[in-house]
Every structure is written in structure tokens, then in C-alpha cells.
Design a protein around this ligand. Structure first.
Ligand SMILES: Nc1ncnc2c1ncn2[C@@H]1O[C@H](COP(=O)(O)OP(=O)(O)OP(=O)(O)O)[C@@H](O)[C@H]1O
Ligand SMILES: [Mg+2]
Length: 230
């Protein structure tokens, strides 16, 4: 039983340092963040501010040096190895800064992948993935190897892959960053429309203020901390 307004994800006092060449850089210096069910929020900030670092921690891809992340009340540090991978597969969708698709596999196979890992029957995944690719305008590219698609097409495959299991939370890291403004706007539209329909929460790290303004709230990461934009 969870109250309607309970946060789906809560990060408390997140710190993350890296040691490079014998010296410590403190990238995150105490980030607190709450994301409610279905909420959409943008994280702005200069290059190097720590947006990718934060998203990786929120999604359990990296561990904070200090602080906790809990998802639906469960501490992410309670999971490790295969359990963590299964948890991510079931609950989260990622769109990465550099798409991270499998170039030697077709667009359809890439979108099907999270479901196959999650042991959903192949025919069901194929049907769902084909529908989604059609919706992102890639009905005619399903059997193309991802390595042969354009940048914008790849990013649309990445959006379809992130959303195919209707995750409770989608984390998108610069989903439009490497695209021209028109293609970027199309990818942003797709991500927002599909996510709204599926009802999950959405966190987007972006340099693009226009995109950020389309989300319910936006924060800026600066000096390792988060400040709310007004
Ligand atoms: N694995 C790592 N080892 C050492 N330093 C790292 C590591 N990952 C990130 N950093 C450093 O942490 C800082 C934040 O990096 P991060 O990738 O989170 O920035 P960002 O806000 O996503 O930037 P961009 O907008 O360019 O994507 C950078 O100075 C980077 O060099
Ligand atoms: Mg980044």
C-alpha cells in the first residue's frame, strides 16, 4: 500500500567523488531529490556538472560515495549483481547519452531485448516492440541493423527500448544531445508523448532549456548540489 503522493524514488544526501591522478574530485556534494509517481522533471546544468553521474546513481548503475537511493521504499544498495540487473529491467527504462544499443542486432531485436531478459514470451515481445517502433516512425526500419541507422533513428530505437516494458521510471540522459534541433524536437515529442501515455515518471538530463520547460519541474545541478528553477 503506497499513498498516492509517496515518492517513487528518493535520493538523500548523495555524494560522489572520483579519484583521478591521486586527487579527489567531488562531483556530487549532497543531492536530495524526490520523484513522485508519474512526475516528470528535468535536470539542467553545465557540461561536467554531474548530470550523468547523478542519473547513473538514481538508476543503480553507479553507487554513491555517501547517501542513499530508495525506489518505492526499498534501498537500492540492498540489491547487487543479478538482483540489481533484474530490478532495473523490471522497473526502470534508460535512454543513454550515447544510445548504448547493440549495433549488430536489428532495431526490432534491440527493442525486444529488455523483455527477453525479463522472460516475457518472444512472440508477445515481438508484437509489442513492432507496435512501438511503428509509433516512433520506424515501421519501415525494423529489420535494419542499428549500426546502419541514422543518429535520430537510433535515438528513437533507444526511446522505444526504454519504454517497451512500461517502466515506473524512465531516466533519459541527453536524449536529444547529439541531434540537430528538428530531429531532437521529434525525439523529445516521442519521449514525452509515450511516457505520458504509459504513466511512468520521467527524469531527463539535458542542456536544452526548451525541452526542460516542457517537463513539470526543472532543477539545475551546480557546485555538486541541486537548486530548483523558478
Ligand atoms: N568514472 C569517472 N572517473 C573520473 N571522473 C569522472 C568519472 N565520471 C565522471 N567523472 C567526472 O565527473 C564530472 C561530471 O561528469 P558527468 O558526466 O556526470 O557530467 P555531465 O553533467 O553529465 O556533463 P555533460 O553535460 O557533458 O554530459 C566530470 O568532471 C567528469 O570528468
Ligand atoms: Mg552527461
Amino acid at each position: 500500500m503506497s499513498p498516492a503522493n509517496a515518492p517513487i524514488l528518493q535520493a538523500k544526501e548523495i555524494r560522489r567523488s572520483f579519484f583521478v591522478g591521486g586527487s579527489e574530485i567531488e562531483v556530487l556534494r549532497g543531492v536530495d531529490l524526490k520523484i513522485k509517481e508519474g512526475q516528470s522533471l528535468a535536470i539542467l546544468g553545465q557540461s561536467g556538472a554531474g548530470k550523468s553521474t547523478l542519473l547513473n546513481i538514481l538508476g543503480g548503475l553507479d553507487k554513491p560515495t555517501n547517501g542513499t537511493v530508495s525506489f518505492q521504499g526499498q534501498d537500492l544498495t540492498d540489491y547487487s549483481g543479478e538482483n540489481l540487473a533484474l530490478f532495473r529491467n523490471k522497473n526502470l527504462g534508460f535512454v543513454f547519452q550515447f544510445h548504448h544499443l547493440l549495433p549488430e542486432f536489428s532495431a526490432l531485436e534491440n527493442v525486444m531485448m529488455p523483455g527477453l531478459i525479463g522472460e516475457i514470451p518472444r512472440h508477445e515481445m515481438m508484437e509489442r516492440s513492432a507496435e512501438l517502433l511503428d509509433e516512433v516512425g520506424l515501421g519501415g526500419r525494423m529489420t535494419h541493423m542499428v549500426g546502419k541507422l541514422s543518429g535520430g533513428e537510433r535515438q528513437r530505437v533507444a526511446v522505444a527500448r526504454a519504454l517497451v516494458l512500461s517502466p515506473d521510471l524512465v531516466l533519459a540522459d541527453e536524449p536529444t544531445g547529439n541531434l540537430d534541433s528538428e530531429t531532437g524536437a521529434q525525439v523529445a515529442d516521442l519521449l514525452l508523448d509515450l511516457n505520458l501515455r504509459m504513466g511512468g515518471a520521467l527524469v531527463v538530463a539535458t542542456h536544452n532549456r526548451g525541452f526542460a520547460d516542457r517537463l513539470e519541474s526543472s532543477f539545475t545541478l551546480a557546485d555538486g548540489r541541486i537548486v530548483e528553477n523558478i
